[in-house]
Design a protein around this ligand. Structure first.
Ligand code: CU
Ligand code: CU
Length: 431
């Protein structure tokens, strides 16, 4: 799985890789497409029959807030990977910066990260990798055009329409007490029934939450101010660092509420039910259901499996097999974590599919389970040691000739959660 890291855990070189890839997408028009989609989502009302009094749209003020942004971020991340393979979106843990004496002086707001607070008469970001970006702004006829003056507008903690402080760690902790993902009437206005979505998005105020103005996700837009306020907020790339953190918090809430389902399953606003196609993502038919397992979407966060990480050995050569023929696959990973992998205990680590691979399900040849290839060949793999994995495949007779990819991730047997490690890929040509 791809690993999304805290931006402050990236090396300076990795930050530069990210900002250069963003610049490539900005200059080839891809990035602007994402601004358009977010703006379109914002302008696209999603009302239930006879409903009034909500500004719910395709992506906000409703249940799809989590899924829509999750898909949208992964889409951008995959675009970044076409520029630089393996690149992932880092997250900005804004509640950590909230604890600083001066959050506006945090490293993020420097030329070597994403540039500083706006300055001059127009509050334009004066430095950094996005200094001359052309922002897209809405005309009175609600189309988007490049702003006359190049540059991104920021007013950290000082926008007249904004909020003076960031959400605190306490606001985050408190939000985890919400016991449902969302509740009727599936909007910004519900304030009694539990709704993690509405709390995380920032409309739902509970006793002890920070005031005035927005909370949680909304409050971060308000604190950055300027171009982060309207529906074109992806104009400022901090949008993606912010939303990666919002997505991380949703993933954490999901992990701590494993039996609580996405809601509504049905009967809610269009584009927001479990199996509805969401709107304005650039691809039709992406459902909330398809976003609920972010590991299955191919990524994880660097704090999900503390102490459990690994580096992959060099990739194997392409294999060629015939249908009905048994072939063995071996690979290895170095345990770079702090705990030993011990077979037959809670510390057992397996190589398996973090997302079931339908195309090769029938190739199972004595795997540990239909989605688990093997455990370590050794009984114990201490930190620093290399673990070997060995398993067999048999493409069934009748398998169409062509290229297949067998993917495997290291998975903690006791929890089913992936380790912080790259994905193993074996390319198999069936002839
Ligand atoms: Cu949004
Ligand atoms: Cu947002």
């Amino acid at each position: 799985v791809d690993v999304r890291r805290n931006i402050y855990n990236l090396t300076p070189a990795a930050v530069t890789q990210l900002t250069s890839a963003l610049n490539t997408l900005k200059s080839n028009g891809t990035y602007d497409m994402f601004i358009h989609r977010h703006h379109d989502a914002m302008m696209h009302a999603s009302l239930m029959t006879n409903e009034t009094g909500t500004l719910r749209n395709s992506a906000h003020r409703g249940p799809a807030f989590g899924p829509w942004h999750r898909w949208y971020l992964r889409d951008l991340e995959l675009q970044l990977q076409t520029v630089t393979p393996g690149l992932t979106l880092p997250y900005w843990s804004w509640s950590a910066d909230a604890a600083l004496a001066s959050p506006t002086a945090a490293p993020l707001w420097s030329a070597s990260y994403i540039g500083g607070d706006g300055a001059g008469p127009n509050d334009l970001v004066p430095n950094g990798p996005f200094k001359n970006w052309m922002a897209l702004v809405m005309t009175p006829s609600m189309t988007l055009v490049p702003r006359a003056v190049p540059g991104i507008i920021r007013r950290l903690g000082r926008d007249a329409q904004g909020a003076p402080t960031l959400p605190r760690a306490l606001d985050v902790t408190n939000s985890f007490s919400e016991s449902a993902y969302d509740s009727a009437p599936w909007s910004e206005s519900q304030t009694s029934a539990p709704s993690f979505r509405n709390r995380l998005e920032g409309w739902l105020l509970r006793p002890g939450d920070q005031t005035p103005n927005g909370r949680m996700h909304n409050r971060v837009h308000l604190w950055v101010g300027g171009d982060m306020l309207p529906g074109t907020s992806p104009n400022d790339p901090v949008f993606f660092l912010h939303h990666a953190n919002v997505d991380r918090l949703w993933a954490q809430w999901q992990a701590t509420h494993p039996t609580v389902p996405y809601a509504p399953a049905a009967g809610g606003p269009p584009g927001h039910n479990l199996n509805d196609g969401m709107f304005d993502l650039g691809v039709p038919g992406i459902t909330p259901a398809s976003t609920l397992d972010h590991h299955c979407m191919g990524y994880m966060y660097d704090d999900e499996s503390p102490g459990q990480s690994a580096d992959a050995c060099p990739p194997n050569a392409v294999m060629t097999v015939s249908p009905g023929q048994l072939a063995q696959i071996s690979t290895c990973f170095t345990n770079t974590g702090t705990t030993s992998w011990i077979k037959g205990t809670a510390g057992q680590v397996n190589l398996g599919q973090v997302c079931p691979q339908a195309a090769i399900a029938a190739w199972n040849s004595n795997w540990l389970s239909p989605t688990t290839y093997a455990s370590t060949t050794q009984a114990v793999v201490a930190p620093g040691q290399t673990a070997f994995f060995l398993f067999s495949i048999v493409p069934p007779v009748g398998t169409a000739p062509g290229q297949y990819v067998i993917e495997g991730d290291l998975i903690a047997a006791s929890t089913g959660r992936p380790l912080t490690a790259p994905t193993f890929k074996q390319i198999v040509n069936v002839q």
